[in-house]
Design a protein around this ligand. Structure first.
Ligand code: NAD
Length: 248
């Protein structure tokens, strides 16, 4: 319950889906959480209120992670108001799926900008504080698709593979300052993002999952909370597949 007591976290894309499950779990373990998102659904306030009533600190920051100035400004504000930034979860991500021959430049650029450049901008902004603190945990939410590739997702797969490169390079650069950087590669998780998949696409995913079921957002959040805690102090530069055995 108090594993992350007195820790301060930023979770991007934390307004819904996997991000929201991560926000809840970090808060339940004692962390104060700044939620960075471009769009807060109507029920976000009641979600935050419920946690606040149990004594948890949750603050919503309307930030587009592709906007370098907004990212810098908001990270500076968190460091000042919360007192430190101990945990960064780069979770915000989008898809614009199309077969390669039909993929427009805009589909490519937007996905790379949000998923990869956004994670870079957040990491650069937060790393300044973490290096100064000589402590920190950065957790990047990649995807099995970044490791295996997937037809119709060249843009998304490239962005998620890029996140793995970002993870390993940043891990090497920041290790000397006790900042750990790891990635999680989820498989198929039931969220608004995957609700748009057709029955055939869903079946195709399930047929290659040895555990024969999709992942819950909470199962990703459990791995995040482990990587955010002192229990993972000797782990850096790794990609942890949380995928029911899709990749072995
Ligand atoms: P989601 O679409 O439900 O949530 C994504 C959140 O990111 C939203 O709240 C959205 O508003 C926010 N966001 C989008 N663009 C943003 C921007 N420019 N700035 C700030 N916030 C922005 O998606 P999800 O399924 O919860 O996925 C979360 C992460 O997990 C993503 O990075 C996704 O690629 C990854 N992932 C998901 C699955 C899955 O099966 N759902 C599998 C593997 C990896």
């Amino acid at each position: 319950m108090s594993e992350l007591k007195e820790k301060n976290a930023i979770v991007t894309g934390g307004a819904r889906g996997i991000g929201r499950a991560i926000v809840r779990m970090l808060a339940e373990q004692g962390a104060a959480v700044a939620v960075f998102d471009v769009a807060f659904p109507e029920d976000f306030e009641s979600f935050a209120k419920e946690l606040r009533e149990s004594g948890m600190r949750i603050e919503a920051f309307p930030v587009d992670i592709t906007d370098a100035d907004a990212v810098e400004e908001s990270c500076t504000r968190v460091a000042k108001d919360f007192g430190s930034i101990d945990i960064l979860v780069n979770n915000a991500g989008i898809t614009r799926d199309k077969l390669l021959l039909r993929m427009g430049d805009d589909d490519w650029d937007l996905v790379m900008k949000v998923n990869l450049k956004g994670a870079f901008l957040m990491t650069r902004a937060v790393a300044k504080t973490m290096v100064r603190q000589r402590k920190g945990k950065i957790i990047n939410i990649s995807s099995v698709v970044g490791v295996m590739g997937n037809a119709g997702q060249a843009n998304y797969a490239a962005s998620k593979a890029g996140m793995i490169g970002l993870t390993k390079s940043t891990a090497k650069e920041l290790a000397g300052r006790s900042v750990n950087v790891n990635a999680i590669a989820p498989g198929y998780v039931e969220t608004e993002m995957t609700h748009v998949l057709s029955d055939e696409q869903r079946e195709a995913f399930l047929s290659v999952i040895p555990l024969k079921r999709g992942c819950s957002p909470e199962e990703i959040a459990h791995t995040v909370s482990f990587l955010a805690s002192e229990k993972s102090d000797y782990i850096t530069g790794q990609v942890i597949n949380v995928d029911g055995g899709m990749i072995m």
